[in-house]
Design a protein around this ligand. Sequence first.
Ligand code: MG
Length: 394
Amino acid sequence: MTAIIAAGGRGVRLGGARPKQFLALGGRPILQRSVDAFVSSDRIAEVVVALPSDLAASIPEYLRHRGKPVHVVEGGERRRDSVANAFARMSGDADVVVIHDAARPLVTSDLIGRTVDAAARYGAAIAALPVSDTVKRGGADRFIVETIPRNEVFLAQTPQAFRVDVLRAALAQAPGGDATDEAMLAEQAGHRVHLVEGDPRNLKITTADDLATAERLVAGDGANGAQMLRIGNGYDLHRLVEGRRLILGGVTVPFERGLQGHSDADVVCHAVTDAILGAAAAGDIGRHFPDTDAAWKDADSLVLLSRAAAVVADSGFTIGNVDVVVIAQRPKLLPYVDQMRANLARAMHIPVEQVSIKGKTNEGVDSMGAGDSIAAHAVALVRGSGVIFGGHSK
Ligand code: MG
């Protein structure tokens, strides 16, 4: 199953210089939240994102190393061109394609699953909401023309899902004007489109008010439960030996010995990697980067940390802060701490203010105190969105 995220629009109505899909919602870009929802869905095997052409050249980091294929294509002039470009980029083995607006970051796994199931059954299906207000058709003169029975009216959302043959036929129609959704193209191609029960929280962010509403939902004072905060703990120790460089937090520290290990033996990176993975209950460093795997021989542990941060993001969590204690009798670490913090922050895509590193001696006691080893302890806080994950046991 392939997901297409339509982010090709240049809507800057929210006043920022950047298109609205790149604005932050609860600390994560709107586009990232939309992509995260599909990457975390066990129904989806790959994601194709259509970005505005001038932005497709510099792909945001959160669209890389996602644990599932995420492809980026350039959007087109019209929405249907963006979707057609993404459709052409899909790998050949999907039977159903689900299309989603990047501007609806609060989509849930349940809604994705419902829509996809209905499309597999009926050929085409969209999420849609019934209306509770009385519906009037009005004229250009702002007088009512008629009252429309409201049980015949639905508000279309995305996801919108289609069997591949249905979407191909819909997109292949004579190129007229644009369509505001893909269901419209399928209707015009003569396909019946099933209406799946949508989700009122799956709102489309087009105005500053929408963004404020979404912020409240994400912060957890909406209807769907509290934001989840979780803590993780990491520890590592390596022996100091002759003939190795000493690398701590990605900094090569001048010293007569270095840490022994399969990778670069960077205890700071290893402790932090285990802390963030632990907070997400996503295993540990040994599971993701086994020292029996030649790929990690002499590996740069900042790269491992960066991969672990992507695993944490794929699990639906945003890294809050990280605090590290490094226990080394010698050398003095203070001159290198700021560079280490910057390295760790860059690898985890968080501000450097959220990373703390403290050096300690071990008062001459034990192997650390005798200068035979260096150890590091780390804690990390992560937060999950109560909207995407609240109420589900994922
Ligand atoms: Mg280690």
